[in-house]
Design a protein around this ligand. Sequence first.
Ligand code: DCP
Ligand code: CA
Ligand code: CA
Length: 424
Amino acid sequence: MSRWILHVDMDAFFPSVEQVLDPGLTGRAVIVGGPPESRGVVSSASYEARRYGVHAAMPTSQAKRLCPDGVFLPGNHEAYEEYSRRVLTILERFTPLVDQASIDEAYLDVTGCEHLLEPQDGQAAPTLPQAPGVGTDPSAAVRVGRAIKAVVRRETGLTCSVGVAPNRLLAKTASGLQKPDGLTVLLAEDVPRLIWPKPVGFLHGVGPSSVDHLRRLGIQSVGDLAHYPLELLAREFGVSGRHLHDAANGRDDTPVLPADSAGEAKSLSRETTFAKDVGDLAELQGTLLGLADAVARRLRRHGYVGRTVVVKIRRADFTTVTRSRTLPEATDLAEDIHAEACQALTAFWKPGLEVRLLGVGVANLQRSQNPPTTLFDPSEKLRRVSRVVDRIKDRFGERSLTRARLLEPSGRREEPGGEGDQES
Ligand code: DCP
Ligand code: CA
Ligand code: CA
């Protein structure tokens, strides 16, 4: 299946955060790095400082000679982490398929997400049925890229550069082609013209020793590598021979899967903290329904289904357990998610358990296929009802419709301006 992938990379990330935090630094040459006297090196330089020839990994002492009037800062990693998280949260409003690749960059699979432009306050714009944006026209993916740049700038004050391409490799290459504040589309057909003339070291993952090895084979440019016989590359480099060959030809079919720090598939989840610890199984099951509802709605909004239902239970003493169950088929229906979550909770529950926090997540996400159109299929009927409910909630707000079961009194803590739920 063809996809549209975005690569979002923040411009001069560390110095830009410094400039946002201290507007007096705007427009100035800002250099973040280790101190010159202890042989420190530059972590990153603002674009103003790069005009003097200052770049990352250069000794700070050399940067100081090139740019004596620059503002030299030791770095504030807590602030960088904080901004990194804020940007990630923005990206996740556009699609759950966000793979953060480093502190300042992420891949997004936005295939079919173009109807989710300009989400406000965590809410996506009303969803209109649309054909998924697969094929050869990048314009919908470009609109998503523009919207991301606008929201990131508005909410963090930072600029980023976005690459739009049919795969991760080309998207990453594209984001670097027009920095800063760029948006670049790179299609497979552009590879010979734009990428083949570059030296092989331009390819990500081709370091100095590979460059030397390739040069000994007479391979200098990316184009040389693309035309080199695959069998000979495989003989020289083993399995990475094929990767090199694919990279030089702009081929990459690695999917964008959301990953947490442990590298596991992340779940799309909702959780809630009770005002008062809850021990009653029926009340907990009722809470699970509201959470399952919220998760299912988010899945449908983004066009995903998931197979694994995860329940998170935090006891009164703060110990936390998760229980997961895998469905026979992937779903985006609250009823399915709720049924599995209830079974998982019931199997775990015993008298005396006091629950402080309850969460429901769905993992193993995949794009929803075109659903069967027969109304004799009971889950199709439910799906249609759910979509109508989604649309009403999109227009009139989250609380406009409530399941009868959720009207029962509960001890859920109401957080100002929200439902006390957290997305994670
Ligand atoms: N970084 C670092 N040491 C390096 C390279 C990077 O500490 N040798 C840190 C500082 C950067 C951040 O990681 O701000 C992101 O690295 P990038 O390579 O994406 O570079 P920048 O974001 O600084 O600049 P660009 O606009 O070129 O992406
Ligand atoms: Ca960057
Ligand atoms: Ca980067």
